[in-house]
Write a protein that binds this ligand. Structure first.
Ligand code: ATP
Ligand code: MG
Length: 310
């Protein structure tokens, strides 16, 4: 099974408005609430693909209960650990006019030592049955930047492969633990490397410890540097909608590829097909099954140069 970790689980609130105007008052034409946080979105995509996954992480208070109720409604296996404080509610405002999404991310409640001890005990138990562990999203207050590195080491010792999707100091500090794959977007790459050139920066992140780097570039698709070679995969068309969550669909496809042992070009084709098919869907964690089926036969994957040494 694939274990997804969401240390800062959230109730994702999505509002659709005709056009977003700063300082304006808006009529909300559609509104949704569902359990979120990146790892939860990844599990939702995996479940739609028919792949077994387990959701762990931290949630607390009345919002935490709403998150867990929604996980149950979505038939996702809930192994979240309860914590003091109330989980965060993230707000995404999707503008119909231009298809842009504006996201508000509260930092979430502080994690105390007792909760963390309970979580590591739970994680150590769950990871024994996991072939792939997905670690996604920001770290909540109270956890040190080395947190993902510690979890990656525990997962690796248990024989699992790891996919890390985070940014900033949490990403940088985790690289020495040698995650199997990292999936930064262009902004996260620029933040941690100081490079705007994704191609040069992705190779640099491998030298810092990541075994493979799959850099996502929004409508320009993916650039991957792996021990088997480097590739570029491009969406067949630029789509409008809510691109928030496209990265999570991409991570779900990478985790599914690690689980099945597929070759990199096939994994990247699927990652672009699935993530592009997520863009027209208003809610993170959803994808358009028809577009997914269409794109998986039409995503070009181009080898960029010879294999690089590990
Ligand atoms: N407008 C778009 N049209 C087509 N495909 C897209 C578009 N935006 C994103 N994608 C697809 O989704 C993938 C991930 O997008 P992006 O780089 O924006 O991820 P991200 O910033 O990590 O997203 P998230 O908000 O989920 O964290 C891209 O590599 C691409 O395949
Ligand atoms: Mg992302």
């Amino acid at each position: 099974m694939i274990l997804t970790v969401t240390l800062n689980a959230a109730l994702d609130v999505t509002y659709t408005v005709d056009a977003l105007v700063p300082n304006g008052s808006h009529r909300v034409t559609e509104s949704f609430e569902r359990a979120g946080g990146k790892g939860v979105n990844v599990a939702r995509v995996l479940s739609a693909l028919g792949l077994p996954s387990v959701v762990t992480g931290l949630a607390g208070g009345p919002t935490g209960r709403a998150i867990r109720d929604d996980l149950r409604a979505a038939r996702l296996t809930d192994e979240l650990v309860s914590m003091p404080g109330d989980s965060r509610r993230t707000v995404t405002v999707v503008s119909r006019e231009d298809g842009d999404a504006t996201v508000f991310n509260p930092s979430g409640p502080r994690v105390d030592g007792e909760t963390w001890t309970e979580f590591t005990t739970r994680f150590t138990r769950l990871v024994r049955d996991a072939r792939v562990v997905v670690l996604s999203g920001s770290l909540p207050p109270g956890l040190p930047t080395g947190t993902y590195g510690r979890l990656i080491r525990l997962a690796t010792e248990a024989g699992a492969l790891t996919v890390l999707d985070t940014g900033g100091p949490a990403l940088l500090a985790a690289l020495a633990a040698r995650p199997t794959v990292i999936k930064p977007n262009a902004t996260e790459i620029a933040e941690v490397t100081g490079h705007d050139d994704v191609v040069a920066a992705a190779a640099g992140l491998r030298t810092l410890g990541a075994r493979s780097v799959v850099a996502s570039r929004g409508p320009d698709g993916l650039y991957a540097v792996t021990p088997e070679g480097s590739w570029r995969a491009t969406p067949p068309q630029r789509l409008t909608g809510n691109p928030t969550g496209a990265g999570d669909a991409c991570v779900a496809a990478i985790a599914a590829g690690l689980l099945s042992g597929a070759a990199w070009p096939a994994v990247l084709r699927e990652a672009v097909a699935l993530s592009a098919a997520a863009v027209p869907c208003p809610l993170a964690g959803d994808f358009d099954a028809g577009l997914h089926a269409q794109f998986r036969t039409s995503v070009p994957v181009e080898s960029t140069h010879a294999p690089v040494n590990d």
